[in-house]
Write a protein that binds this ligand. Structure first.
Ligand SMILES: [Zn+2]
Length: 124
């Protein structure tokens, strides 16, 4: 296994940066970026071992979108079981009195907090 990948961005070799210039004299080219594998310690499943930057990643996705989604089609919505807990608690809002030179007045009111709690799911 090689220690390097060529960036998979379809237009990587057309981006005008000094880092892509190769060759000498009148035979210069812009070349696809060579990427050292493991450069970000497998961050984001190693996606940056294949793309030099986000621009190249999104060029690849735009170019191959239909093929990519065909790998794992989603024909119906997935669902995750949850419990929703609603509870009242005392909170405050701030009200200007108009002639109040000391700033707004803190006014209590009952607010609602909604919490989503996970339950046992097959999908962990
Ligand atoms: Zn690239």
């Amino acid at each position: 296994m090689s220690d390097y990948n060529w960036c998979h961005g379809p237009n990587c070799h057309t981006t005008e940066t000094q880092s892509r210039v190769r060759g000498s004299g009148d035979n210069k080219v812009l070349r696809t970026i060579k990427i050292k594998q493991g450069r970000y310690n497998n961050y984001q499943n190693g996606i940056w071992d294949y793309f030099c930057n986000q621009g190249c990643l999104f060029d690849f996705i735009r170019t191959h979108l239909q093929s990519i989604v065909a790998i794992a089609p989603r024909s119906k919505a997935l669902e995750t079981k949850i419990k929703v807990k609603k509870e009242k608690y005392e909170s405050y809002r701030y009200q200007w009195q108009g002639d109040d030179a000391n700033g707004p007045t803190r006014v209590p009111y009952m607010a609602t907090r909604t919490t989503i709690n996970s339950v046992d799911n097959d999908n962990g």
